[in-house]
Design a protein around this ligand. Structure first.
Ligand SMILES: NC(=O)c1ccc[n+]([C@@H]2O[C@H](COP(=O)([O-])OP(=O)(O)OC[C@H]3O[C@@H](n4cnc5c(N)ncnc54)[C@H](O)[C@@H]3O)[C@@H](O)[C@H]2O)c1
Length: 362
Protein backbone atom coordinates (compact mmCIF):
# COMPACT_ATOMS: atom_id res chain seq x y z
CA UNK A 1 0.00 0.00 0.00
CA UNK A 2 1.29 3.43 -0.91
CA UNK A 3 2.25 5.82 1.87
CA UNK A 4 1.06 9.31 0.93
CA UNK A 5 3.35 12.33 1.31
CA UNK A 6 1.63 15.02 3.39
CA UNK A 7 2.38 18.69 4.01
CA UNK A 8 0.76 21.33 6.24
CA UNK A 9 0.32 25.00 5.30
CA UNK A 10 -0.44 27.06 8.39
CA UNK A 11 1.48 25.59 11.32
CA UNK A 12 -0.33 27.24 14.21
CA UNK A 13 -3.00 25.80 16.52
CA UNK A 14 -5.12 23.63 14.24
CA UNK A 15 -2.18 22.90 11.99
CA UNK A 16 0.03 21.54 14.72
CA UNK A 17 -0.51 22.42 18.36
CA UNK A 18 -4.20 22.28 19.34
CA UNK A 19 -3.70 18.83 20.88
CA UNK A 20 -1.95 20.64 23.75
CA UNK A 21 -5.17 22.59 24.45
CA UNK A 22 -7.50 19.60 24.62
CA UNK A 23 -5.57 16.84 26.39
CA UNK A 24 -7.96 15.12 28.79
CA UNK A 25 -11.02 16.66 27.10
CA UNK A 26 -13.98 14.34 27.59
CA UNK A 27 -15.36 14.86 24.06
CA UNK A 28 -12.26 15.19 21.89
CA UNK A 29 -10.01 12.25 21.13
CA UNK A 30 -6.48 12.87 19.95
CA UNK A 31 -4.96 13.32 17.42
CA UNK A 32 -6.76 16.61 16.80
CA UNK A 33 -4.30 18.82 14.87
CA UNK A 34 -3.63 18.07 11.20
CA UNK A 35 0.03 17.29 11.85
CA UNK A 36 -0.72 14.89 14.69
CA UNK A 37 -3.30 13.26 12.41
CA UNK A 38 -0.73 12.67 9.67
CA UNK A 39 1.91 11.31 12.06
CA UNK A 40 -0.65 8.97 13.64
CA UNK A 41 -2.10 7.69 10.38
CA UNK A 42 -0.10 4.69 9.17
CA UNK A 43 -0.75 5.61 5.52
CA UNK A 44 0.66 9.16 5.61
CA UNK A 45 4.13 10.63 6.15
CA UNK A 46 4.34 14.27 7.23
CA UNK A 47 7.32 15.45 5.19
CA UNK A 48 6.93 19.23 4.82
CA UNK A 49 5.30 22.33 6.23
CA UNK A 50 4.92 26.01 5.41
CA UNK A 51 4.18 29.09 7.49
CA UNK A 52 4.94 32.80 7.30
CA UNK A 53 6.18 32.60 10.91
CA UNK A 54 9.54 30.79 10.85
CA UNK A 55 9.72 30.58 14.67
CA UNK A 56 6.35 28.84 14.94
CA UNK A 57 7.27 26.54 12.07
CA UNK A 58 10.56 25.56 13.76
CA UNK A 59 8.62 24.49 16.90
CA UNK A 60 6.19 22.63 14.64
CA UNK A 61 9.12 20.84 12.99
CA UNK A 62 10.54 19.83 16.39
CA UNK A 63 7.20 18.50 17.60
CA UNK A 64 6.19 16.63 14.47
CA UNK A 65 9.54 15.57 13.06
CA UNK A 66 9.74 17.80 9.99
CA UNK A 67 13.41 18.67 9.42
CA UNK A 68 14.55 22.22 8.58
CA UNK A 69 14.92 21.38 4.87
CA UNK A 70 11.21 20.46 4.81
CA UNK A 71 10.16 23.84 6.29
CA UNK A 72 9.18 26.67 3.93
CA UNK A 73 8.15 30.27 4.45
CA UNK A 74 6.80 30.24 0.87
CA UNK A 75 4.26 27.46 0.43
CA UNK A 76 4.62 27.65 -3.36
CA UNK A 77 8.25 26.58 -3.04
CA UNK A 78 7.10 23.65 -0.90
CA UNK A 79 4.54 22.65 -3.54
CA UNK A 80 7.16 22.88 -6.29
CA UNK A 81 9.80 20.80 -4.44
CA UNK A 82 8.02 18.24 -2.29
CA UNK A 83 5.75 16.24 -4.64
CA UNK A 84 2.98 16.11 -2.04
CA UNK A 85 -0.09 13.86 -2.29
CA UNK A 86 -2.09 15.46 0.55
CA UNK A 87 -1.85 19.07 1.72
CA UNK A 88 -3.56 20.72 4.67
CA UNK A 89 -4.54 24.37 4.49
CA UNK A 90 -4.86 25.30 8.15
CA UNK A 91 -4.68 29.06 7.77
CA UNK A 92 -7.53 31.44 8.58
CA UNK A 93 -10.27 31.55 5.91
CA UNK A 94 -9.20 34.83 4.27
CA UNK A 95 -6.11 33.48 2.41
CA UNK A 96 -7.53 29.95 2.02
CA UNK A 97 -9.00 30.11 -1.50
CA UNK A 98 -5.80 31.23 -3.23
CA UNK A 99 -3.73 28.60 -1.36
CA UNK A 100 -6.18 25.78 -2.14
CA UNK A 101 -6.26 26.78 -5.82
CA UNK A 102 -2.43 26.80 -5.91
CA UNK A 103 -2.35 23.31 -4.33
CA UNK A 104 -4.82 21.90 -6.86
CA UNK A 105 -3.04 23.60 -9.77
CA UNK A 106 0.27 22.09 -8.58
CA UNK A 107 -1.22 18.61 -8.85
CA UNK A 108 -1.94 17.95 -5.15
CA UNK A 109 -4.63 15.26 -5.26
CA UNK A 110 -6.12 15.57 -1.77
CA UNK A 111 -6.64 18.73 0.27
CA UNK A 112 -7.62 18.95 3.93
CA UNK A 113 -8.82 22.55 4.25
CA UNK A 114 -9.79 24.03 7.57
CA UNK A 115 -13.19 25.57 8.13
CA UNK A 116 -14.76 28.02 7.43
CA UNK A 117 -14.20 27.19 3.78
CA UNK A 118 -13.80 30.72 2.43
CA UNK A 119 -14.18 34.41 3.19
CA UNK A 120 -16.64 34.96 0.30
CA UNK A 121 -18.81 32.91 -2.04
CA UNK A 122 -16.68 34.09 -4.95
CA UNK A 123 -13.69 32.49 -3.18
CA UNK A 124 -15.65 29.30 -2.50
CA UNK A 125 -16.57 29.05 -6.18
CA UNK A 126 -12.93 29.56 -7.19
CA UNK A 127 -11.97 26.67 -4.88
CA UNK A 128 -14.62 24.38 -6.36
CA UNK A 129 -13.47 25.28 -9.86
CA UNK A 130 -9.76 24.64 -9.16
CA UNK A 131 -10.35 21.40 -7.24
CA UNK A 132 -12.72 19.91 -9.84
CA UNK A 133 -10.75 21.06 -12.90
CA UNK A 134 -7.65 19.32 -11.52
CA UNK A 135 -9.48 16.14 -10.47
CA UNK A 136 -8.51 16.72 -6.82
CA UNK A 137 -10.59 16.02 -3.71
CA UNK A 138 -11.14 18.21 -0.65
CA UNK A 139 -12.42 17.54 2.84
CA UNK A 140 -13.25 20.52 5.04
CA UNK A 141 -12.23 20.40 8.71
CA UNK A 142 -15.81 20.39 9.95
CA UNK A 143 -14.90 17.59 12.32
CA UNK A 144 -18.43 16.55 13.28
CA UNK A 145 -18.90 15.05 9.80
CA UNK A 146 -16.27 12.46 10.78
CA UNK A 147 -17.24 12.19 14.45
CA UNK A 148 -18.53 8.73 15.38
CA UNK A 149 -20.95 10.21 17.93
CA UNK A 150 -22.79 12.02 15.14
CA UNK A 151 -22.57 8.92 12.93
CA UNK A 152 -24.63 7.16 15.63
CA UNK A 153 -27.13 10.05 15.64
CA UNK A 154 -27.43 9.90 11.86
CA UNK A 155 -27.86 6.12 11.90
CA UNK A 156 -30.86 6.47 14.24
CA UNK A 157 -32.40 9.15 11.98
CA UNK A 158 -31.72 7.09 8.83
CA UNK A 159 -33.10 3.87 10.34
CA UNK A 160 -36.62 5.35 10.23
CA UNK A 161 -37.36 4.09 13.75
CA UNK A 162 -38.38 7.65 14.71
CA UNK A 163 -40.41 8.21 11.54
CA UNK A 164 -39.56 10.90 9.02
CA UNK A 165 -37.01 13.62 9.78
CA UNK A 166 -38.84 16.96 9.93
CA UNK A 167 -36.78 19.49 11.92
CA UNK A 168 -33.17 19.94 12.96
CA UNK A 169 -32.27 22.33 15.77
CA UNK A 170 -28.82 23.69 16.50
CA UNK A 171 -29.10 25.29 19.91
CA UNK A 172 -26.03 27.49 19.68
CA UNK A 173 -24.56 28.14 16.27
CA UNK A 174 -22.17 30.78 17.66
CA UNK A 175 -20.12 32.96 15.35
CA UNK A 176 -20.93 31.94 11.80
CA UNK A 177 -17.44 31.31 10.42
CA UNK A 178 -15.79 29.87 13.51
CA UNK A 179 -18.34 27.60 15.21
CA UNK A 180 -21.27 28.08 12.83
CA UNK A 181 -19.30 26.43 10.03
CA UNK A 182 -19.15 23.24 12.15
CA UNK A 183 -22.82 23.16 13.02
CA UNK A 184 -24.17 24.21 9.64
CA UNK A 185 -22.16 21.36 8.16
CA UNK A 186 -23.65 19.03 10.77
CA UNK A 187 -27.14 20.11 9.65
CA UNK A 188 -26.20 19.25 6.06
CA UNK A 189 -24.72 15.90 7.08
CA UNK A 190 -27.67 14.84 9.27
CA UNK A 191 -30.01 15.77 6.43
CA UNK A 192 -28.07 13.68 3.88
CA UNK A 193 -26.65 16.79 2.17
CA UNK A 194 -30.05 17.62 0.70
CA UNK A 195 -30.02 20.93 -1.18
CA UNK A 196 -31.24 23.96 0.77
CA UNK A 197 -33.93 26.12 -0.89
CA UNK A 198 -33.98 29.26 1.20
CA UNK A 199 -32.55 30.87 4.32
CA UNK A 200 -33.76 33.56 6.68
CA UNK A 201 -31.26 35.05 9.08
CA UNK A 202 -30.56 37.59 11.78
CA UNK A 203 -27.20 38.82 13.09
CA UNK A 204 -27.68 40.38 16.55
CA UNK A 205 -24.47 42.46 16.30
CA UNK A 206 -24.03 42.29 12.56
CA UNK A 207 -24.70 45.91 11.64
CA UNK A 208 -21.63 47.14 13.49
CA UNK A 209 -19.40 44.77 11.46
CA UNK A 210 -20.70 45.42 7.95
CA UNK A 211 -19.85 48.24 5.56
CA UNK A 212 -21.12 47.69 2.02
CA UNK A 213 -19.76 44.36 0.82
CA UNK A 214 -17.16 44.14 3.59
CA UNK A 215 -17.55 42.22 6.81
CA UNK A 216 -15.00 43.26 9.42
CA UNK A 217 -15.66 40.47 11.92
CA UNK A 218 -17.14 37.03 12.39
CA UNK A 219 -20.75 37.69 13.41
CA UNK A 220 -23.04 35.54 15.52
CA UNK A 221 -26.13 34.52 13.62
CA UNK A 222 -29.49 32.84 13.92
CA UNK A 223 -31.77 31.62 11.20
CA UNK A 224 -34.07 29.16 9.52
CA UNK A 225 -33.08 26.96 6.58
CA UNK A 226 -35.62 25.22 4.37
CA UNK A 227 -34.41 22.13 2.50
CA UNK A 228 -35.79 20.73 -0.74
CA UNK A 229 -36.67 17.44 1.01
CA UNK A 230 -39.07 19.28 3.36
CA UNK A 231 -36.73 19.31 6.39
CA UNK A 232 -36.41 22.67 8.12
CA UNK A 233 -33.43 23.61 10.30
CA UNK A 234 -33.43 26.22 13.04
CA UNK A 235 -30.03 27.53 14.06
CA UNK A 236 -30.25 29.42 17.34
CA UNK A 237 -28.10 31.36 19.76
CA UNK A 238 -29.05 29.97 23.14
CA UNK A 239 -27.19 28.93 26.27
CA UNK A 240 -27.42 25.27 25.18
CA UNK A 241 -23.97 25.26 23.62
CA UNK A 242 -23.01 22.39 21.29
CA UNK A 243 -26.43 20.71 21.50
CA UNK A 244 -28.29 19.40 18.48
CA UNK A 245 -31.71 17.86 18.06
CA UNK A 246 -33.50 16.02 15.29
CA UNK A 247 -37.29 15.99 15.52
CA UNK A 248 -38.92 13.26 13.46
CA UNK A 249 -42.59 12.39 12.97
CA UNK A 250 -42.49 9.73 15.73
CA UNK A 251 -39.71 10.78 18.03
CA UNK A 252 -36.62 12.82 18.68
CA UNK A 253 -32.91 12.29 19.08
CA UNK A 254 -30.87 14.86 20.98
CA UNK A 255 -27.10 15.17 21.20
CA UNK A 256 -26.24 16.66 24.58
CA UNK A 257 -22.85 18.26 25.24
CA UNK A 258 -21.56 17.85 21.70
CA UNK A 259 -22.77 14.29 21.43
CA UNK A 260 -21.22 13.03 24.67
CA UNK A 261 -24.69 11.72 25.42
CA UNK A 262 -27.44 10.88 22.94
CA UNK A 263 -31.05 10.76 24.10
CA UNK A 264 -33.80 9.11 22.06
CA UNK A 265 -37.49 9.72 22.76
CA UNK A 266 -40.19 7.76 20.95
CA UNK A 267 -43.90 8.41 20.66
CA UNK A 268 -45.66 5.65 22.62
CA UNK A 269 -49.31 5.31 23.63
CA UNK A 270 -49.69 5.88 27.38
CA UNK A 271 -52.50 5.87 29.90
CA UNK A 272 -56.05 4.66 29.59
CA UNK A 273 -56.73 6.84 26.58
CA UNK A 274 -53.65 5.58 24.77
CA UNK A 275 -52.49 9.02 23.64
CA UNK A 276 -48.98 9.23 22.24
CA UNK A 277 -46.34 10.77 24.45
CA UNK A 278 -42.60 10.93 23.96
CA UNK A 279 -40.90 8.31 26.13
CA UNK A 280 -37.18 7.92 26.66
CA UNK A 281 -35.91 4.89 24.71
CA UNK A 282 -32.52 3.16 24.49
CA UNK A 283 -29.94 5.30 22.69
CA UNK A 284 -26.62 4.33 21.13
CA UNK A 285 -23.52 5.59 22.90
CA UNK A 286 -19.98 5.62 21.71
CA UNK A 287 -16.66 6.59 23.24
CA UNK A 288 -14.74 9.43 21.56
CA UNK A 289 -12.51 8.62 18.61
CA UNK A 290 -10.38 11.03 16.59
CA UNK A 291 -12.44 12.79 13.93
CA UNK A 292 -9.26 14.31 12.49
CA UNK A 293 -7.76 10.86 11.97
CA UNK A 294 -11.03 9.61 10.46
CA UNK A 295 -11.07 12.58 8.06
CA UNK A 296 -7.50 11.81 6.93
CA UNK A 297 -8.31 8.09 6.59
CA UNK A 298 -11.30 9.10 4.45
CA UNK A 299 -8.96 11.03 2.12
CA UNK A 300 -6.60 8.04 1.99
CA UNK A 301 -9.50 5.71 1.13
CA UNK A 302 -10.67 8.12 -1.59
CA UNK A 303 -7.14 8.31 -3.04
CA UNK A 304 -6.77 4.51 -2.90
CA UNK A 305 -10.10 3.74 -4.52
CA UNK A 306 -10.99 6.77 -6.63
CA UNK A 307 -14.30 6.91 -4.73
CA UNK A 308 -15.50 10.33 -3.47
CA UNK A 309 -14.65 11.32 0.11
CA UNK A 310 -17.36 11.67 2.75
CA UNK A 311 -17.12 15.46 2.64
CA UNK A 312 -16.01 16.83 -0.69
CA UNK A 313 -15.70 20.30 -2.09
CA UNK A 314 -19.43 20.61 -2.92
CA UNK A 315 -20.52 19.91 0.66
CA UNK A 316 -17.93 22.43 1.82
CA UNK A 317 -19.38 25.00 -0.56
CA UNK A 318 -22.92 24.23 0.63
CA UNK A 319 -21.94 25.00 4.23
CA UNK A 320 -20.25 28.23 3.19
CA UNK A 321 -23.40 29.22 1.33
CA UNK A 322 -25.51 28.74 4.47
CA UNK A 323 -23.18 31.16 6.31
CA UNK A 324 -23.53 33.75 3.57
CA UNK A 325 -27.26 33.06 3.17
CA UNK A 326 -27.81 34.03 6.82
CA UNK A 327 -25.70 37.16 6.31
CA UNK A 328 -27.47 38.20 3.07
CA UNK A 329 -30.88 37.69 4.66
CA UNK A 330 -29.87 39.92 7.57
CA UNK A 331 -28.70 42.58 5.11
CA UNK A 332 -32.18 42.44 3.52
CA UNK A 333 -33.91 42.99 6.87
CA UNK A 334 -34.51 39.27 7.48
CA UNK A 335 -36.08 38.54 4.08
CA UNK A 336 -36.16 35.01 2.72
CA UNK A 337 -33.12 34.50 0.48
CA UNK A 338 -33.26 31.81 -2.22
CA UNK A 339 -30.33 29.47 -2.69
CA UNK A 340 -28.09 29.20 -4.61
CA UNK A 341 -27.20 32.78 -3.70
CA UNK A 342 -27.01 35.24 -6.54
CA UNK A 343 -24.86 37.74 -4.63
CA UNK A 344 -21.32 36.46 -4.18
CA UNK A 345 -19.43 39.64 -3.39
CA UNK A 346 -19.83 39.95 0.39
CA UNK A 347 -16.41 39.24 1.88
CA UNK A 348 -15.00 38.87 5.38
CA UNK A 349 -11.86 40.97 5.83
CA UNK A 350 -10.77 40.79 9.46
CA UNK A 351 -7.69 42.39 10.88
CA UNK A 352 -6.53 39.04 12.28
CA UNK A 353 -3.27 38.51 14.15
CA UNK A 354 -2.41 34.80 14.30
CA UNK A 355 -2.66 33.27 17.76
CA UNK A 356 0.39 32.14 19.70
CA UNK A 357 0.09 28.35 19.74
CA UNK A 358 0.58 26.41 22.93
CA UNK A 359 3.86 24.58 22.42
CA UNK A 360 3.46 22.34 25.47
CA UNK A 361 0.51 20.96 27.43
CA UNK A 362 -0.13 22.48 30.89
N1 LIG B 1 -11.65 22.06 13.13
C1 LIG B 1 -11.51 22.58 14.34
O1 LIG B 1 -12.02 22.07 15.33
C2 LIG B 1 -10.72 23.84 14.48
C3 LIG B 1 -10.18 24.23 15.71
C4 LIG B 1 -9.41 25.42 15.76
C5 LIG B 1 -9.21 26.17 14.62
N2 LIG B 1 -9.79 25.77 13.44
C6 LIG B 1 -9.61 26.54 12.20
O2 LIG B 1 -8.28 26.38 11.76
C7 LIG B 1 -7.86 27.57 11.08
C8 LIG B 1 -6.57 28.02 11.71
O3 LIG B 1 -6.83 28.36 13.05
P1 LIG B 1 -5.62 28.68 14.06
O4 LIG B 1 -6.23 29.12 15.33
O5 LIG B 1 -4.66 27.57 14.03
O6 LIG B 1 -5.04 29.94 13.27
P2 LIG B 1 -3.92 31.05 13.56
O7 LIG B 1 -4.48 32.33 13.12
O8 LIG B 1 -3.36 30.90 14.93
O9 LIG B 1 -2.77 30.59 12.55
C9 LIG B 1 -2.83 30.66 11.19
C10 LIG B 1 -1.44 30.36 10.67
O10 LIG B 1 -1.46 30.45 9.24
C11 LIG B 1 -0.26 31.07 8.84
N3 LIG B 1 -0.42 31.62 7.50
C12 LIG B 1 -1.23 32.62 7.10
N4 LIG B 1 -1.07 32.87 5.77
C13 LIG B 1 -0.14 31.97 5.34
C14 LIG B 1 0.48 31.71 4.09
N5 LIG B 1 0.16 32.43 3.01
N6 LIG B 1 1.40 30.73 4.00
C15 LIG B 1 1.74 30.00 5.09
N7 LIG B 1 1.19 30.20 6.31
C16 LIG B 1 0.27 31.17 6.43
C17 LIG B 1 0.00 32.13 9.90
O11 LIG B 1 1.33 32.57 9.92
C18 LIG B 1 -0.39 31.37 11.17
O12 LIG B 1 0.70 30.69 11.75
C19 LIG B 1 -9.01 28.58 11.20
O13 LIG B 1 -9.75 28.60 10.02
C20 LIG B 1 -9.83 28.03 12.36
O14 LIG B 1 -11.22 28.34 12.25
C21 LIG B 1 -10.50 24.63 13.36
Amino acid sequence: MKTYRAGVIGCSRMGGFIDNEVIGHSRIALPYSHAAGYTTCDRTDLVACADLRADVMAEFGNLHGVPAQGQYTDYREMLAKENLDIVSVATQPEPRAAIVADCANHGVKAIYAEKAMAASMADADAMVEAVERNGAILNLGTNRRWDEKYDRMKEVIDSGELGTLQHLIIYNVGTLFNTGSHFLDLVLRLNDDAPPEWVQGYLPDGDSMIDGDLLFGDPQGEGTIQFANGVRAHVLLTARASETEAICSNGTITAFNDGRELQVRKAEPVGLRGRNELQIAPAPQTSPSSSTLRLIQDLVRALDTGQPPRGGVRAARAGNELIFGIIESHLLGGARVSLPLEKRTTRMVRDHTPRQPKYKPD
